[in-house]
Design a binder for this molecule. Sequence first.
Ligand code: NAD
Length: 426
Amino acid sequence: MKRILNFERISVDDGNVCRHCEEQLRRAYEKLELAKEELEFLERPKRSIIVSFPVKMDSGKTRTFTGYRVHYNDARGPTKGGLRFHPELSLEDVKNLAYLMALKCAVVNIPFGGAKGGIVVNPKELSERELENLTRGYVRAILDYLGPMKDVPAPDIYTDEKIMAWIMDEYEKASGIHSPAVVTGKPIELGGCSTRAIATSLGGSYVMGEIMRYMRLDKRKLTVAIQGFGNVGGNIAKILYENGIKVISVSDSTGGILNEEGLDIPRVIKHKKGTGRVTGFKGANEITNKELLALDCDILIPAALSDQITSENADDVRAKVILELANAPINVEADDILFEKGVFVVPDILSNAGGVVLSYLEWAQNLTGDYWSEDRIVKRLKEIMTTAVREVYGQCEPLNCNMRVSAHYLAVKRILRAEKLRGNFV
Ligand code: NAD
């Protein structure tokens, strides 16, 4: 098989190529070889579905909406990924997110492929009844491609457990079969998992624990700064605080707070609940988000938005380790700068995979009808996350690469191996 180096451009006239995925593959593999056939295969999702469907509005009129669902790869299991309701959603975004889900599931070695989907809509403009009609209409439109052993959605931006319950109900009405495993992130009463709300942060804390061990970082002396204080940032701050780790700085969209002696996180949470922001907290100095990213600390955790560390500010970073809990908080140029500086970056597809791992445990319980204790769920989450860290870290030295390249490499090799075992590649 002819092998290519440095992702020599392949001419394609196939509209299903994911341009972002192509770019990321190029980035992860610039030092490694990938067969031309493999690259051609990986830069395209298996299936991109575009649907249009009518929805009855409260006004008595009908509006037609556009929905997407992309199944990136299903060689390792049913496709898995969130459902997003957003007015600016594009098919290219959905393809890219589905690709990342495929990698994420493969890197933590759970039996899922990757998917993503959504509807082009501003859900804030809809009444509850319209939202329900919209959700049910989407399910009917993609019904042939949905199912516990086909494709399993989960909540994402502007979708929640109530929407997941409607998806399950509509699917069950159409199929005539009780099928809680068709969707994850459901209410607990319908087969959901109690640990879900904190799963991404808890998973991230297990990844961090492993990295601390490898780097011989002493928990008692450790300092952590966290950008973002929402679901992920707030929960990781709480988990670290409860484990005796000093969180010196946190921030939200209004700015950051810093106390080098360590913040009293339960009090910060109370303050945030009361005022809607972390700034204004007594017992800390105020800093900007830019200053937070440049703090002299051991571990920096971006847990807000993408593209926060770029070529503009990568040189200012003084943290030893960056744990990416947000999706893509570091852009391509910054990644190279940080690598040169010796900053140890733990990539998003590994660090923030705790949420999808918990989805897997919810799905497995729904399929078997055997519901686990919280202790058992947390133990399994930890086992899966720490195994994945060991596998990714263990490859860095033999491959002479960083954690990001190693994680992508491991994931892509697992996907290709599954395709080869199925006889789809020689
Ligand atoms: P969230 O909306 O609950 O919280 C986002 C936080 O970021 C808020 O505190 C907000 O104030 C802050 N923020 C917004 N703009 C900011 C800015 N300019 N500077 C600093 N902070 C800013 O979202 P979340 O669920 O916590 O998700 C955070 C990130 O983690 C996102 O990138 C998301 O894609 C990623 N992620 C989340 C999950 C999950 O389970 N929720 C799973 C995987 C990845």
